[in-house]
Design a binder for this molecule. Structure first.
Ligand code: SF4
Length: 243
């Protein structure tokens, strides 16, 4: 249904004034690099989750999985919602490695942060493959990356072993383990039984010190914004009714 405009002249005037602003700073950066253009900046200010929210620095890794790296390597097209002039949507195609040829809507900032830096993955094509799998399975990339980061830390601390993982070795930065865990979570098999209900329930089952590094807010894995970098977001997490 067409939306009736009460004052057409006024809206045209506003559009003329707003359009040039879309060419400035943040809007221009969004067009050029998408939401993932913020990866390096977020690493710099301590906002990016790294190594299950434990590590404060991932400079070189962040550079490799940033929107800028994406634009220089695998970006093939852009898209936009409705009539938005910004075009922040990405289309990418992996050009080498085991995932060569995969073409999907490019990973957003949150996806790169949780499936990338949070698991110490520094290969953009691996993030693209993980993103593609999550899309196909209907998994949320934030919760999936959050719970996989949790599993990697539990494995490092010896709270889960190869016996629990069904042979998967969930070490930091292990791309094939990341991909296997996504299959397991979606199909609820092996390690996926433990991880499929999210971080809080996995920590309940793992026990021991697991709750000390189970990063969730009211049972929900947080988005890729560390409240230690932006205190105001802590208030948002604390007061939101679903985490
Ligand atoms: S409306 Fe769509 S294309 Fe435009 S900035 Fe927002 S998400 Fe990006």
């Amino acid at each position: 249904k067409e939306v009736e405009v009460a004052n057409e002249n006024l809206i045209r005037d506003l559009m003329k004034r707003i359009a040039p602003l879309m060419k400035e700073d943040i809007a221009r950066a969004l067009k050029q690099f998408g939401t993932s253009g913020g990866v390096e900046y977020c690493e710099h200010i301590g906002n990016l989750p790294i190594k299950n929210w434990y590590q404060g620095n991932f400079k070189e890794g962040a550079k490799r999985i940033s929107g800028q790296a994406m634009a220089n390597t695998i970006l093939t097209n852009r898209y936009h919602c409705g009539r938005c002039v910004i075009n922040c949507g990405r289309v990418v195609k992996a050009v080498d490695g085991p995932y060569k040829g995969i073409e999907i809507g490019g990973p957003e900032y949150e996806t790169i942060a949780l499936l990338g830096s949070n698991c110490l993955i520094n290969d953009l094509s691996v993030v693209v493959k993980a993103n593609e799998l999550c899309n196909r399975y209907g998994l949320d990339t934030i919760s999936t990356g959050g719970v996989i980061g949790f599993a990697m830390e539990a494995y490092e601390r010896g709270l889960i072993t190869k016996k629990d993982t069904g042979g998967i070795k969930p070490t930091w930065g292990n791309s094939s383990a990341l991909i296997e865990m996504i299959h397991c979570i979606a199909q609820r098999k092996g390690l996926g039984e433990l991880l499929g209900n999210g971080v809080r329930q996995a920590a309940d089952i793992v026990g021991g010190a697991a709750h000390e590094f189970a990063i969730h807010v009211k049972g929900l894995e947080p988005p890729a914004h560390d409240p230690r970098a932006r205190f105001s977001i802590a208030l948002g997490y604390a007061t939101s009714n679903r985490g």
